[in-house]
Write a protein that binds this ligand. Structure first.
Ligand SMILES: Cc1cc2nc3c(=O)[nH]c(=O)nc-3n(C[C@H](O)[C@H](O)[C@H](O)COP(=O)(O)OP(=O)(O)OC[C@H]3O[C@@H](n4cnc5c(N)ncnc54)[C@H](O)[C@@H]3O)c2cc1C
Ligand SMILES: NC(=O)c1ccc[n+]([C@@H]2O[C@H](COP(=O)([O-])OP(=O)(O)OC[C@H]3O[C@@H](n4cnc5c(N)ncnc54)[C@H](O)[C@@H]3O)[C@@H](O)[C@H]2O)c1
Length: 482
């Protein structure tokens, strides 16, 4: 067994790990990074990037299919599944290639390959070839799909997101379980690419939404386009004649038995903290085995162990993984001089159509924090008659904005609608700058733009805060359709 000694070990070379490595290196040259799988990161290989590539193909098909609504006559689009998947794979490989190249430029002696396990507070074993003794550690081991045990009945017909991006061709049918972010994005994209998709959920959840008004709207709008049952009753799962067979009660209450080429499990993700030997350290673990970490320092308790990215089970998003990696890596490098790092305003975007956006405090947090005290107000707008949205035939959507009584502080928003990825940025920047609703209304609004809809929601909440007049129904100075 090879024996190594160092100051800092980063476990995992994903987004969080790479950023932790780079930041720890600013404080000490003695940093090792261990990776058990392939370099390239979840985001580039099987996450953000390939999913958006599939969605881009679906959007192209959808635009062609709906062109006749503008008087532009087209044939029904022909989907060449092999070509769709070839582009997804080749662009994905390009993104992965950039990451791999960057990792391979790091000093070879800093990089170790193998599965890592803590032996005690200061020693890690890598497979059966190396033991590293180190002063500090950053756990950045990411997450993996959660697969409910009954789904194992589908054998090799059961797939996860990773499998989709390696397809050579599109299948005929897929049952997607989990209408969360992954299930919604991939399910709708596959549907638009001509795959027979049925999306099954539990408890009425859809996307990351917590506001019941927006959730109901989302449920309706997606179910108008393809089969989505967010409270499905599935009674039997098995493989019959080489197909995945489901027995379920459909939305009209009728029993159905249907076969699919695949069942995609998009039922959440679990942090990769099991099999890491964390129980051999003195770090305090929560019930599900994740260390308790301070979100400002990413330090686990008072220890020399830090955690970052999806492994922390805090906010499983790419930019959060990068930020947490920066904080954890800097603190591990600088230890024992621990500093709070920058945590940005929460922002989430789902690349469905319509898109979903959430910023700042979401509805669930708002109601938990403020209860029934009457300390906040909700303004809203429908995008169904919003001018620019109608012009573009993108007039499906609803927004709710939240603001504090008395101060007028803009607290957050949940919405579904056109350009939600961009509006989410605008609003998140307003939250982070601690803007009040009147200050936001003082900002310029061009005409005709989707942001005029946001202004209507802000005016609505402004009136409820008693800072301004009620919304003018036929506002002449607003421009038509504002
Ligand atoms: C389909 C999909 C779509 C997504 N889309 C988006 C999106 O649009 N926007 C967004 O913000 N986020 C998105 N995400 C989430 C985002 O990809 C993750 O939050 C982010 O990639 C997490 O980075 P990480 O560094 O924590 O983990 P990873 O990049 O997974 O890195 C963890 C690394 O640790 C390694 N490892 C694990 N265990 C060990 C061990 N014991 N020893 C050594 N190494 C180990 C793994 O092999 C891996 O390389 C998406 C995720 C998925 C699955
Ligand atoms: N656009 C983006 O930013 C983006 C895209 C994809 C993934 N992500 C990240 O990845 C994380 C994981 O995504 P996800 O979609 O796997 O998780 P999720 O937590 O968003 O959704 C899981 C869904 O599965 C449902 N579910 C659980 N058990 C089920 C069962 N037995 N049958 C049917 N449904 C069931 C849940 O009710 C929920 O709706 C997200 O939280 C997000 O942070 C982000």
């Amino acid at each position: 067994m090879k024996q190594l000694e160092t100051d800092v070990v980063v476990i995992g070379a994903g987004t969080a790990g790479l950023s932790a490595y780079r930041n720890a290196k600013q404080y000490t040259p003695n940093v090792l990074m261990v990776e058990s799988g392939k370099y390239g990161t979840t985001c580039a290989r099987v996450g953000c990037m390939p999913s958006k590539l599939l969605i881009a193909a679906a959007e192209a098909a959808h635009s062609v299919e709906h062109a006749p609504q503008f008087g532009v006559l087209t044939e029904k689009p022909q989907i060449d599944g092999k070509a769709v998947m070839a582009r997804v794979r080749s662009e994905r490989d390009r993104f992965v290639g950039f990451v791999v190249e960057a990792v391979e430029e790091l000093p070879q002696e800093d990089r170790i390959i193998g599965h890592t396990k803590f032996l005690d507070d200061n020693r890690l074993q890598i497979d059966d070839h190396t033991v590293i003794t180190a002063k500090r550690f950053v756990v950045a081991t990411g997450s993996r799909p959660n697969i409910p045990p009954p789904f194992l009945a589908f054998g090799d017909k059961l797939i996860i997101n990773d499998d989709v991006f390696d397809w050579q061709d599109l299948p005929e049918s897929v049952a997607v379980f989990g209408p969360g972010v992954i299930g919604l994005e991939l399910g709708q994209a596959l549907h638009r690419l001509g795959v027979n998709v049925k999306l099954f959920g539990v408890g009425g959840n859809i996307g990351p939404l917590t506001d019941p008004v927006i959730r109901d709207y989302a449920n309706t709008v997606f179910a108008e386009e393809f089969y989505v049952d967010t409270d499905a009753k599935v009674s039997d799962m098995k493989v019959v004649d080489g197909k995945a067979q489901l027995t379920y009660v459909d939305k009209q209450g009728n029993p159905q038995t249907e076969q699919f080429d695949y069942v995609l499990a998009a039922t959440g993700r679990v942090p990769n903290v099991d099999n890491l030997g964390l129980e051999n350290t003195s770090v305090e673990l929560q019930d599900h085995g994740v260390p308790i970490a301070d979100p400002h320092t990413m330090q686990c308790g008072e220890s020399h162990i830090f955690i970052a990215g999806d492994a922390s089970d805090q906010i499983p998003l790419l930019h959060e993984a990068a930020d947490q990696g920066t904080i954890a890596g800097s603190n591990a490098g600088r230890f024992p001089d621990i500093r709070n790092g920058l945590r940005r305003t929460p922002i989430a975007a789902v690349f469905s159509d319509p898109q979903i956006g959430m910023v700042g405090d979401n509805y669930a947090q708002l109601t938990a924090n403020y209860g029934e005290c009457g300390c906040y107000e909700i303004g809203e707008v429908s995008f169904e008659n919003q001018g620019r949205s109608r012009v573009m035939l993108k007039n499906k959507g609803h927004m709710r904005v939240y603001a504090e009584q008395g101060t007028g502080l803009f607290l957050g928003a949940e919405f579904i609608g056109p350009a939600a990825e961009h509006i989410a940025h605008l609003l998140a920047w307003a939250v982070q700058n601690k803007m009040t609703v009147p200050q936001m209304l003082d900002m310029p609004f061009y005409h005709p733009v989707i942001e005029e809809g946001v202004r209507t929601a802000l005016r609505n909440v402004n009136a409820k805060l008693k800072f301004g007049p009620d919304i003018i129904q036929h506002c002449l100075e607003c421009g038509p359709g504002a």
